[in-house]
Structures are given as C-alpha cells and as structure tokens.
Design a protein around this ligand. Structure first.
Ligand code: FAD
Length: 387
C-alpha cells in the first residue's frame, strides 16, 4: 500500500518546516516530512540537558534579522527574548573585547583613546592591498598584521583547517571592525531568541499544519520513497547525496561538541572569573584563537536568560568531515564552488524537486536567510500551481 501526499519534504529544519507550514496552511496541501535525526529543528534544535539547562544541541544559534517580514512570520510561532549577543576573545593571557572595537584598542595600547586616534592608528597599521580577494588580505587591509595574528589567523586555521589566504574574503569579512564602543557581536536590527526555545517554535509550526502534515523521524527519505506517491519534493539534505555523489563528494567542515555542567556550588567558586553569579565564564561566548584545540566555549544561559541555578558550557572542536560525522559548514573556497556548480546544474534540471536550505544549496546561511529562501520558494510554487 502506498501513501498519497502532495509534497514529500526531506528534512525538518528551518527550511523544511517553513515549507510544510506554508504549503499546509496557505494551500491546503498535504505534506510528508521525513527527518533522519530523532528530532525536529535541524541544527537549530535545542533541549534541556540533565542539569535542567536549555542548550543548543548543534552549537549556539543566535537569531537575528533585518527583515520585518521574516520576524513577523516567525512571531506567529514564538515570543522573543531580546539579547545583545556579547563575546570575548581569550588570548595573550587575557580576555579581550571582540569584535575589535575601541575598548579592544585601548586594552592593546594600554591607555584611554578616541575613535579618531584608533582610525589614524589602524590607517598606519593597515597593509595597502587593492581589492582583497581572500580572508588574510581582507583583514590585513583593515587592521594590519598585529591584530590579524592576534585574533584571526589562528582561529580561522583551527576552524577551517585551511589558511585564511585560501578562504574567500567573506569568511573573516563577516566579523565587523568598529572604531566606536559598540561591542555587540552582530549588527542586525533585531537580535533575540525564541522565549521558549527553538524546539517549541518548531512544534508550533507543525501544530499549525494540523492533520495536513505527517512527520517521520529516524527515517532517511530513500527508505520511504518506494511507498509514497507525491507531486513534488522539497529537498533540504546534502545536494551531492541526492545525486549519489556522482560528481564527487562536496567538502565540509565538521564539529565535535563537548559539554560540561556545573552546580550552583561549583559556580560560586568561579565568581571572580565569571563576574556574574550563576555563570562559569564572563560572556556567552569566549573565542580561543591561539590556545587549545577548541575554537570557542559557549555558555548559552547568558543569552537564553534562563533562570536556572546550574549552568552548562560547551567546547567546540572543529573536525574533518567523514563517515559518521555531521556536515556543518560548506567550505567557502574556489575548489568547492567549482564542484558545487556541477551539482547545481543537475539540480536546476530537476523540475519536480526544489533544492532549498544550507545543505541543498551548499552555502552557509543564517536562519533568517533560510526562512526567507523557503518563503520565496513557497511563493514560486504557489504561482506555478495557481490556475
Ligand atoms: C555550528 C553552527 C552554528 C550556527 N549558528 C548560527 C547562528 O548563530 N545564527 C544563525 O542565524 N544561523 C546559525 N547557523 C546556521 C543555521 O544552523 C542554519 O541557517 C539552519 O539551521 C539551516 O536550516 P536548514 O533547514 O537549511 O538545514 P538543517 O537545519 O541542517 O536541516 C536539514 C535537515 O535535513 C535532514 N536530512 C538531511 N538529509 C536527509 C535525508 N536523506 N533524509 C531525511 N532527512 C535528512 C537533516 O538531518 C537535518 O535535520 C549555525 C550553523 C552551525 C552549523
């Protein structure tokens, strides 16, 4: 016996669930959502750990957007807890404000300064490079070698296992350089986390679909394909997997997360370091560009605002991608782009499958951009199917 659905949706992350919600509620379509992990939410999934702390299971997910449309769309499924995401960098035996700003500069020169002095000094330190095309040249052209080596070079090498000069300028270019005292990590207008967490948001998106959407967890879509009749597939998995790696395997960077939890008593003894009762470290995220094998330690309780006397930190170790590893970051380099272009040509030729999301388009996108991509794809489908 075969199941009949209008749409087969592969993956229950932001892209798959946005499509399911729109197709079910706006077009009355039936959707089978197939997810090979044991939970919904993709990489944005969060959960309470054994110490009662709400953690982001696949690395910290700082929601931000400049798009009122995307914010309004998601606000149907969640309230928001506003956050100024703050991070520090640990290097040369001290915590430093990061991204680089006037406070970082003052710590570096060991005296109070002004934006004018910082601009003039950076101007002397900058390496004159016309139109930088890689990450090393971009940062050298913005702040010079000393700051590049202190904050960027080691972190990027650890994160990507490639030298910054082999990576697109956009990799380090994502990090702002400021000459004022704005020490927020991000620049978007709206910066907030779902008040009850991402997983609750996803549950509400599915609930909105009513009985028009069915979800299968722990299931690879290839297992169900022979048993489902459908008109169109929304594919949010890895594009090279869809085509049986016929052009070769796309490279990715993977991660290993190591968590450690602390009770209220243990946290008390950290008070002089964390500067805040009930926390282990002084900021939500501390980067380690030059020390340790991990790139960062995240204590997400700083951002979630959860009232919990325990706390959990997560150390993030970049790893090579291979069998049994999750594909986290597409590699932003020319060789990978060339290989992806061959898969894109194949994907464009598939008329009954939409390829959306970070894995199917082989590009790092923030969550709001992924939601925007899914909303645009939905509109395209609606236009194509309306009489
Ligand atoms: C470490 C890390 C930190 C991040 N931090 C931020 C942040 O701070 N802010 C931000 O805006 N964005 C962040 N992102 C990006 C964010 O995770 C993505 O934008 C978003 O999760 C992408 O959603 P998606 O649905 O495209 O992919 P995913 O969330 O990966 O969902 C795809 C789903 O498809 C499933 N799947 C794949 N293949 C199959 C198959 N064959 N059968 C069944 N199911 C399948 C997968 O299991 C997965 O659950 C971060 C990403 C990472 C890796």
């Amino acid at each position: 016996m075969a199941w009949d659905f209008d749409y087969l949706i592969v993956g229950a992350g932001f892209s798959g669930l946005t499509m399911a919600e729109r197709l079910a509620t706006q077009m009355g379509a039936t959707c089978l959502v197939v997810e090979r992990r044991g939970h919904i939410g993709g990489n944005a999934y969060d959960r309470y750990d054994d110490h009662g702390v709400l953690i982001h299971a696949y690395g910290p997910h700082y929601f931000r957007t400049n798009s009122p449309r995307i914010r309004e769309y998601l606000s149907q499924f969640t309230d928001w807890h506003p956050v100024d995401y703050k991070i520090l960098s640990w290097t040369h035996g001290a915590y430093w404000p990061f991204p680089i700003n006037l406070n970082t500069f003052e710590q570096l020169i060991g005296k109070p300064s002004t934006p004018e002095e910082m601009v003039a000094t950076l101007d002397q330190w900058k390496v004159r490079i016309e139109a930088p095309t890689n990450s090393e040249d971009l940062i050298l052209s913005q702040v010079g070698r000393r700051l590049y080596e202190q904050f960027f070079e080691g972190y990027t090498l650890k994160q990507w296992h490639r030298h910054p000069r082999e990576l697109d300028a956009s990799v380090c270019g994502r990090i702002p350089i400021r000459t004022n005292r704005d020490d927020r990590y991000l620049t978007e207008d709206f910066q907030a986390l779902p008040t009850a967490g991402y997983t609750r948001l996803f549950e509400r998106m599915l609930a909105a679909c009513g009985n028009r959407a069915k979800i299968l967890l722990h299931t690879d879509y290839r297992e169900v394909m022979p048993h489902v009749n459908f008109h169109h597939m929304i594919y949010t998995g890895p594009v090279d997997e869809y085509f049986d790696h016929c052009e070769g395997r796309l490279p990715y960077r993977s991660l290993r997360f190591e968590s450690e939890s602390f009770t209220a008593g243990q946290l008390t003894s950290r008070a002089s370091i964390s500067r805040k009762k009930g926390f282990w470290q002084p900021a939500m995220q501390v980067n380690f560009p030059n020390d340790h094998a991990y790139t960062r330690i995240v204590e997400i309780k700083h951002a979630t605002g959860q009232l919990c006397e325990n706390s959990t930190i997560v150390r993030e170790y970049p790893e090579d991608f291979g069998p049994g590893k999750e594909a986290y970051y597409p590699i932003p380099a020319a060789d990978a782009a060339t290989l992806y272009a061959r898969y894109k040509a194949r994907a464009d030729a598939e008329k009954t499958t939409s390829f959306i999301g970070r894995l199917a388009t082989y590009k790092y996108y923030n969550m709001d951009q992924i939601v925007g991509m899914a909303l645009a794809e939905f509109e395209k489908i609606r236009r194509a199917t309306s009489p």
